[in-house]
Design a binder for this molecule. Structure first.
Ligand code: NCD
Length: 319
């Protein structure tokens, strides 16, 4: 897994799915598959990133994303530390710029970052010499979630090309939905976004997906992808009541047909967007998604550190 270009590769980030080509996506998923095979044994640690430093900088709550990035870095033998805004100098009013410059003084190879403001990871990418991986910026992007979801779909269904995914619920506030639609389009999948008009913005059709306000539109999907109702981002009433939302769009056993798989990025609001009987059923891939998160984030850390960006590869081919 060593790459001779590692020392000469220009700095590479993962800020948005829009930065990726289909080849990039397939390479990361394939690396994740081979990592899954190699850590499926007693000694789970690989020496691949020994001597590298990965800093996780999280300005928003996280369980899965932070835990998996931290474990991914450790499994690849990198040194890692995690800084959450709560309890750090951010609480004392330190700006993102000053925090980034402070951390940059420790010379990290990768900064993994989550922030409520769109574009914050781009800012840190400009301010520091680290490779920056976006772990969620506001409503904008969550590219590693999209990659792990593709990985989990490929594992469950054996393909991505032609897979039809219905994404249901609070699309408006969802960086997961935006990233996943783009990623599915790259690999030949189809998406239909399903939810009330207040939560599915019309303009999002421009990303190349269908839109429906009827729950019956999930019927012909291979994957029912349930989104969390993001109550913390809902300043005003987007739905008349959660009870009404659940009645119209909640994913219940009666609404899921045999042969479909159900996904949710977590954290789940059981009894609101997803019925516990569905969440705990054989059809649910929620735990598979969590497991995929570890190997895919290992693959992403490896990829940003060792593979030259597309333009650099093309230039090298021309030369
Ligand atoms: C998502 C997020 O933070 O965008 N969660 C996650 O990363 N697993 C989705 C959500 O919060 O609903």
């Amino acid at each position: 897994m060593s790459d001779p270009r590692a020392t000469t590769a220009p700095r590479r980030h993962l800020l948005s799915v829009a930065d990726l080509t289909r080849d990039d996506v397939e390479r990361v998923l394939d690396t994740a598959s081979s990592l899954a095979a190699s850590i499926d044994r007693e000694v789970k640690k690989l020496p691949t990133l020994r001597g590298r430093t990965v800093v996780n900088l999280f300005y928003e709550s996280s369980t899965r994303t932070l835990a998996s990035f931290e474990l991914a870095a450790k499994r690849l033998s990198a040194d890692t530390m995690s800084i959450r805004s709560a309890g750090s100098s951010v609480d004392k009013g330190e700006s993102l710029k000053d925090t980034a410059l402070t951390l940059a003084a420790y010379d990290p190879d990768v900064i993994v970052m989550r922030h409520p403001s769109i574009g914050a990871p781009q800012l840190v990418a400009r301010l520091t010499d680290a490779h920056v991986v976006n772990a969620g910026d506001g409503k904008h992007q969550h590219p590693t979630q999209a990659l792990l979801d593709l990985y989990a779909i490929r594992e469950a269904l054996g393909r991505l090309d032609g897979v039809r995914v219905a994404i249901v619920g609070d699309v408006l506030h969802s960086r997961v939905a935006r990233s996943l639609v783009q990623a599915l389009t790259l690999v030949g999948g189809e998406t239909v976004l399903v939810g009330p008009p207040t939560l599915v913005p019309r303009g999002i059709g421009g990303l190349g997906c269908e839109i429906s306000h009827r729950i019956s539109a999930i019927g012909d999907a291979d994957v029912v992808y349930v989104l969390r109702m993001q109550r913390e981002r809902m300043g005003e009433a987007f739905v008349p009541s959660l009870r009404e939302y659940t009645a119209l769009y909640g994913i219940t056993p009666a609404r899921v047909r045999a042969g479909q798989v159900v996904m949710h990025p977590g954290p789940m609001n059981r009894g609101i967007e997803i019925d516990p009987r569905v969440a705990d059923s054989e059809q649910a891939l929620v735990t598979d998604q969590v497991r995929a998160g570890l190997v895919v984030r290992m693959a992403v850390l490896y990829d940003v550190l060792t593979v030259a960006p597309v333009e650099a590869r093309e230039r090298a081919e021309v030369a």
